[in-house]
Design a protein around this ligand. Structure first.
Ligand SMILES: *Cc1c(COP(=O)(O)O)cnc(C)c1O
Length: 470
């Protein structure tokens, strides 16, 4: 067929729209989107005919199927469910903490009607959005006062701006942290208008280094938790207690950016080294900042606890309005904090804590059961094995913690692991796995029991249909 003949064979937009499979989609997707998809596919066909080989041909079924696929690609929501089989518990790219049942419910309730966000129901007068969590935070950490903002980066920025603008802030060279995604202490400092004064060396900073740097321009002593790295070997860090003593002697506030900030000491080997918020408050820190969606296991938020005079200053600072937390986050945060009133319940009900403390033996049993279920379904397509390995905390917390785990190793026979992994990412829900030595590794620490049937289905279809989506 000549190019002209082929072009003449292309159906009109209206004709495609009337096809049963396309017309059906109008019930689910807006007309404008369906039309856009049809025009796009027709345009692509026209382009390939014009640029392609002369003997090119196409079928009407093929064209309709491409249109339907394009409609569905354009129509489904971009943010979608992912099954995290990587074993990285706080995976920043996958949304960090998974919320507890109560926190999920709290979001739905706050979202589906009006709420007393800034209204005191007893007096009928204007209230504060922070009042819903301030009491919980002071009770759980022992601090005098508390404030919450959008994330910990915002918390640090607000604290520095409100406490140390135009003044010098002394930090150890060993603590000039970069957290993934452009949070760097020197840059946040510059943004806040405070002046960074670095002291000590990468591996050793003594109390005397801080003391020597104090001038009449000094406004704050800052300690930053090296969340995502460790300096090991020939090292010395000045303790928070020492810094607090120094701060008192010179009448300077001391701030501790804990990063992750655990509210409890976790009941699992290797996890007890993370400093807790209450320990930091008890050491006398004036301001302590930490994330809501790292080890705390709540929604994205930045928590600030400490002495009332400093927290009040931050509450009144104009930046606070720009960084303020919304009602859905607040609802989830309150529900998550309430879980901590019963520390044992918290370890079971907060998914982050439950996953981190899941015993390796439990993971082994679940892995064996999964392998058993996969055996027949993947026969001839993949070799299955259970092996030992480590899960990770993730989220820039406890980089050296090794969480012993058991992995289901799936080695494809006919396909590359990369191709299968790509097919798994295309599923609904998408599935993320680890790849090592051309095999897929599945860590059930981060997969819930309810997700297992979808995981099995995704593996089966990805391996059996040559990695193509069905
Ligand atoms: C993670 C982290 C931050 C940033 O917290 P976000 O909640 O991700 O904004 C700041 N400081 C430290 C030490 C951290 O670990």
């Amino acid at each position: 067929m000549t190019k002209e003949q082929l072009l003449r064979q292309l159906p009109a937009v209206d004709a495609v729209l009337k096809h049963r499979l396309v017309e059906d989609r109008l019930q689910q997707y807006p007309r404008s989107l369906v039309l856009e998809a049809i025009r796009e596919v027709l345009g692509n066909y026209r382009q390939s005919i014009l640029t392609g080989a002369a003997n090119l041909s196409f079928s009407n079924e093929q064209l309709i199927s491409d249109v339907v696929q394009t409609i569905e690609q354009k129509g489904h929501s971009s943010l979608c469910r992912v099954i995290n089989a990587t074993g990285v518990v706080l995976h920043t790219n996958l949304g960090r903490a998974v919320l507890s049942k109560r926190a999920q419910l709290a979001i739905v309730q706050a979202a589906s009607g009006y709420c007393n966000l800034e209204l005191n129901l007893t007096s009928g007068e204007r209230g504060s959005r922070y009042s819903h969590v301030e009491g919980l935070l002071t009770r759980l950490t022992g601090a005098e006062a508390a404030l919450v903002v959008n994330n910990n980066a915002a918390a640090v920025l607000l604290a520095l701006s409100a406490v140390a603008k135009d003044r010098e802030v002394i930090v150890s060279r060993g603590q000039l942290v970069e957290i993934g995604g452009s949070f760097r202490i020197p840059e946040v400092m510059a943004q806040s208008g405070a002046k960074l004064v670095e002291v000590g060396t990468t591996n050793k900073t003594y109390l005397a280094d801080y003391e020597r740097a104090i001038t009449d321009q000094t406004g704050l002593l800052l300690k930053v938790h090296p969340s995502n790295y460790r300096v090991v070997g020939f090292t010395h860090e000045t303790s928070l207690e020492e810094l607090v003593k120094l701060g008192r002697a010179y009448n300077l506030p001391v701030m501790d950016d804990l990063g992750s900030g655990a509210l409890l000491r976790l009941n699992a080997p290797g996890l007890s080294s993370e400093p807790t918020v209450s320990a930091s408050v008890a050491s006398g820190a004036d301001i302590v900042t930490f994330s809501g969606d790292k080890l705390l296991g709540g929604p994205q938020s930045g928590l600030i606890v400490g002495k009332r005079c400093w927290i009040d200053r931050m509450k009144k600072h104009p930046l606070n309005r720009a960084l303020r937390i919304d009602k859905l986050t607040l609802a989830a945060l309150e529900a998550t904090l309430r879980e901590y009133l019963d520390p044992e319940g918290a370890q079971q009900n907060i998914p982050t804590l439950a996953m981190l403390t899941m015993p390796a033996m439990v993971i082994k049993e679940r892995a064996e059961e999964l392998a058993e279920q996969l055996k027949e379904r993947l026969a001839g397509q993949a070799e299955l094995k259970i092996i030992t390995g480590n899960s990770q905390v993730g989220g820039g917390a406890m980089p050296l913690a090794e969480l012993p785990t058991w992995l289901v190793r799936v080695k494809p026979i006919h396909l590359t692991s990369q191709a299968v992994a790509a097919a798994l990412r295309g599923k609904k829900p998408a599935v993320l796995v680890r790849i090592q030595d051309d095999a897929l590794l599945i860590d059930l620490r981060t997969v819930s029991d309810q997700e297992i049937p979808a995981l099995i289905m995704a593996l089966e279809t990805s391996l059996n249909w040559g990695g193509r989506s069905e």
